[in-house]
Design a protein around this ligand. Structure first.
Ligand code: 13P
Length: 261
């Protein structure tokens, strides 16, 4: 990590942990953070919608230095959208971060580039932070044109976005072949792609965007990934479901930032 920005680590629980389990996880994480605070790292947890109220209350009552995120949002303000949730509903629950265009939504729930762009705009207009997910599948990685996939995803989501919203956008490079597989991208691959993301974003007039990596990040690989690549932090799935493993990843980022600063 050569960036001077504070690391950002986001735990995406996906469709795991009901509100009781979520409460326990946040309480355990809270104890670890109170005993040994991570001083330099920003922490976000992203529970399922039905856990948000409970997790929001515990973060508030325990005064934990953890921000709250949501996994998805509908771009419309309100109305006849059965089963959907709006940015204003999330805001009332103190949700500050929203994941936009996760590959699981793109692949399994028909989230097109157009819907991703629309959703990202609704998030930043509401004053919330968007974590835009981009990344290629294994076929495109093997074909060697993975940069084109990522360039097109960034371009369609971000081109023309009003500059006053730029600071609310972070990007997570999450190659599909690394998500939930136990096979993480190497530090060299992460470095190459975070640099590429920054180059494309710079061509879209973004200055110093926060670029995260996601895909089988765990306590064993987090230290070397953050040390040897230029990444600003992680979007963590499986390893965010246990307080100890998520906390170890936070510590790895925090140690690295403290040493390199
Ligand atoms: P894993 O860390 O389980 O591979 O998931 C990554 C991810 O998709 C986070 O959004």
């Amino acid at each position: 990590m050569t960036s001077s920005k504070r690391p950002l680590v986001i735990g995406n629980w996906k469709m795991n942990l009901d509100f009781v389990e979520g409460l326990h996880l946040v309480q355990q994480l809270g104890v670890l953070l109170k005993n040994h605070p991570v001083e330099h790292t920003d922490v976000v947890v992203v529970p399922p919608f039905v856990d948000l109220r409970t997790v929001s209350s515990i973060l508030d009552s325990e005064r934990l230095a953890i921000s709250l995120g949501a996994q998805h949002v509908n771009p419309n303000d309100n109305g006849a959208h059965t089963g959907e949730i709006s940015t204003s509903m999330l805001k009332r629950l103190n949700v500050e971060w929203i994941i936009v265009g996760h590959s699981e939504r793109r692949t399994h729930y028909a989230m097109t580039d157009e819907i991703v762009a629309e959703t990202l705009r609704s998030v930043v207009r509401a004053g919330q932070h968007a974590v835009l997910c981009v990344g290629e599948n294994s076929a495109r990685r093997e074909a060697g044109d993975y940069e084109e996939v990522v360039r097109a995803q960034l371009d369609s989501a971000l081109r023309g976005l009003d500059e006053r919203f730029h600071a609310l956008v972070a990007v997570a490079y999450e190659p599909l072949w690394a998500i939930g597989t136990g096979v993480n991208a190497t530090s060299t691959q992460v470095r190459e792609m975070t640099e590429f993301v920054r180059t494309v974003m710079s061509s879209l007039s973004f200055s110093a965007p926060q670029v995260l990596y996601g895909g089988s990040v765990n306590p064993e690989n987090a230290g070397s990934l953050v040390r040897d690549s230029d990444v600003d932090g992680f979007l963590v799935g499986g390893a965010s479901l246990k307080a100890e493993s998520f906390y170890a990843i936070l510590q790895a980022c925090d140690d690295c930032y403290a040493i390199k600063r």
